[in-house]
Ligand binder design. Sequence first.
Ligand SMILES: [Zn+2]
Length: 408
Amino acid sequence: MKTSITFISFIIFFLLFSSQLNSNRANQTNLDFTKDKIIRLDKPFVIPTYNVNDRQEDCKKIEEKIRNQEIILKAYQDMQLLEYADKNGLDYEEYDKAVDELAKWIKSGKPYEPNKLSNEQVENFFNSTTPSGDGSTTTLVMITRPEDGSIWAPDGTIGSDGYPVMAMIIDAHGNKTIEYSGIEQMYGNKYGNTVGKTFFESGIAHEKVHSEQFKNEGVNNSPGQHRRFEMAAYEKGIEVLKRKLEELECDKVLGSIEYNHKIDFDYEAFSQTVTITGSVPFKLEESAEGTQGKQKVKGKGTVNLSLIWTAEDCVGRSDSPGEIEFEGEIINENEEKFIDIKFDEKWYQNAELTVTCPEVTKSVPMKIPPPVKYENMKFKFKDGEKITRPFAGMGGNGNYSWTLHLVE
Ligand SMILES: [Zn+2]
């Protein structure tokens, strides 16, 4: 079994390192090795994992943003609004308000065909008295200053005038200012890390288009120029959102395997706990559909490998990523659906173990070859299905555990 290799490496490590420990603490006589210490250190880590349902939620939020922005783009594209504004000598703000109204109209699902609005509808959009925007003073809306092309965003506070306080995030030369990362973080706090970062980047992409437009052309406040500027900017912003959606593979992810392996090694002289936790998404393999009713799946992702090591009054720990790849197929047996997965887990890599003793702290490189290669792991095709394999022997004790999660 491969477990023995793992274990031997622990032993080798222990033997190598314990001689150093002993020499470092030769003047100490009291070996204060208590069980309490191990228990205290043995708390499970809280590791942020990106599970498949969080991912799916993020996908939905990004999709909704794309839908909304595409509607705004569509409203700008309508020529009738522009013609009306030009004919009546209106400025870009009056035009923009009508675009807003048309966007609301399309969003509400009312029938709309480009450039086929009645004259009455067009007039109504221009004469609407509903306030623009969503009426909130805290929405995260970025702006670009026409004077110098600098990009500004609300810093999350409201000024004495009741309006959001704006902070410059990109200066007139296109450089990020000190506020930049703070405001990006604010987006993360509001929408969650993945979505927040994506919305922020999309907003920046939109504003950067304006920044260039203002620098190259200046502004004349005409509806025609405003329309052209906004269309180009929305296209760029939407591009960023779509790229992220593709990266998340939102439409292909079927589910994930949640890892929860935990093995304790306990000896008189030292103790070690290895945990492997995280969530690895899998998706349907394209083009592999239809062979005898089997559908192949492929999983790929990163888990966290943690190691806590204690010896006498020294403790060491490391956290390192492990790359997981697996293959499987969905099978039907007696009208029941299963997913059969072949795990071949590789994370042969160096972990950096920081070992702390009363009088010395050391960083020690350590190879971790985890002992997992399992075939014929057949889960019922049902959310929450779990397979557990015990680990015992060599002084170690614990479980390997895999839980199937399906996209809701
Ligand atoms: Zn814009």
